[in-house]
Design a protein around this ligand. Structure first.
Ligand SMILES: [Zn+2]
Ligand SMILES: [Zn+2]
Ligand SMILES: [Zn+2]
Length: 148
């Protein structure tokens, strides 16, 4: 296990502890699988990565991990729900979602671009008397494989 994963496991264990939940082998396997991928994955993809997990228990474990705030569930149009580790365990990023094949890729902007986005949002928010804490932005279109 990489040091980065050790840190993730520590944080997940703390969150589960705080919620009177145990960090079972199944939950560890789910977190390991999500930590290995570069984008959010569907339940069938998760089972492929962690074949020891039964589908029903993988789903239950994902629900618990989502409830304690360490897994984020993404639902886009007609696609299956996809799961990834919460941003506080990884890093802030955005998604490129292919409307053709349903693939979803993580992309990270430069700090300069993030600052410019936040500045733009600060302008519209303050006009509404709204105080933003964070943003989520996903882009829809065609991936490289599906481009005509
Ligand atoms: Zn595609
Ligand atoms: Zn993501
Ligand atoms: Zn951003």
């Amino acid at each position: 296990m990489s040091p980065a994963h050790a840190e993730i496991h520590r944080t997940v264990r703390d969150r589960l502890d705080q919620n009177d939940q145990r960090y079972t082998t199944g939950r560890r396997a789910v977190v390991d699988a999500l930590a290995e991928t570069d984008g959010p994955i569907t339940l069938p993809e998760l089972i492929d990565l962690a074949p020891a997990l039964a589908q029903s228990s993988a789903y239950r474990n994902l629900a618990v991990l989502e409830e304690v705030g360490v897994v984020r569930r993404l639902v886009h149009s007609s696609d299956h729900a996809r799961y990834e580790l919460a941003e506080h365990l990884t890093e802030h990023h955005h998604h490129l979602i292919c409307e053709q094949c349903g693939s979803v890729r993580d992309v990270t902007l430069t700090p300069e671009l993030e600052r410019r986005l936040d500045a733009a949002f600060a302008t519209v928010s303050s006009a509404e008397g709204f105080t933003p804490t964070h943003h989520t932005i996903d882009l829809y279109g065609r991936c490289a494989d599906c481009r005509p």
